[in-house]
Design a protein. Sequence first.
Length: 279
Amino acid sequence: MDLIDTHQHLIYNSEASYGWAKEIPALQSDFTIEDYHHLTKDYNIIGTLFMECAVDDPDYKKEANFIHSLIQKSDSGIKGLILSTRPEDDREFDKWLDESNSLGVVGYRRVLHTEPDELSQQSNFRENISKIGKTGKPFDLCFREDQLKIAIELSKSCDEMDLILNHCGVPAIASGEMNEWKKDITALSKLKHVTCKLSGIMAYCAPGTASYETIKPYVDHVIESFGPDRMVWGSDWPVVNLAKGLPEWLAVTETIMSNISKDEASKIANINAKRIYNI
């Protein structure tokens, strides 16, 4: 099965600062393109999309320019960049939207699960997200489970563009409570311009419990809600190391895909990513 990884993080500590990772021992070293290739050499990953790494505010443009330099190498496998942006900052937003266009950008993201809820509720934030849509590029939504109602509001206000919900909406799997998450996922799935990214969820299991069996009820619900036509796949490497690592997630992915038809699996694995990110 050919996979396009729509959520590949790369961490180069000499190039940017990652304040959020400093208290996570598993993420304090570099995670380079060479490391990724070594881990995935036995799998059919036919391309990746770099996902911005929530670097410290002063460094988000620096990160973009550095990663762009990597894709100049013919063997990087990186098909495009999903770059960080600041839709709340009118002064910088338009300028960056123009500047970043030459950096191989295929989409944008603003990490919101660590920000005040009010940030994405500002009118200028939503207006600027819509500007991204007018360029023909999508916006990745990064919200916690308890913020999904805000994600629904944002999605309704930006309904003429593709939006991609990261990590299946970050379900609190460790808590064992999924009723509210299920309701909000169902509501989001009714918005036809929203796609769900099958990524990251192993990290939300209780320590030592990450497995296909643990995440199956969540995976089943997003597939039932969004359907294979509106899902993409991502590794969330190296954050996936907070569970059992990328090889285990790839093995779980194979199990998930074996339970649907080959045509449906191909849509999630690569076809939808090519269409949504225009790669």
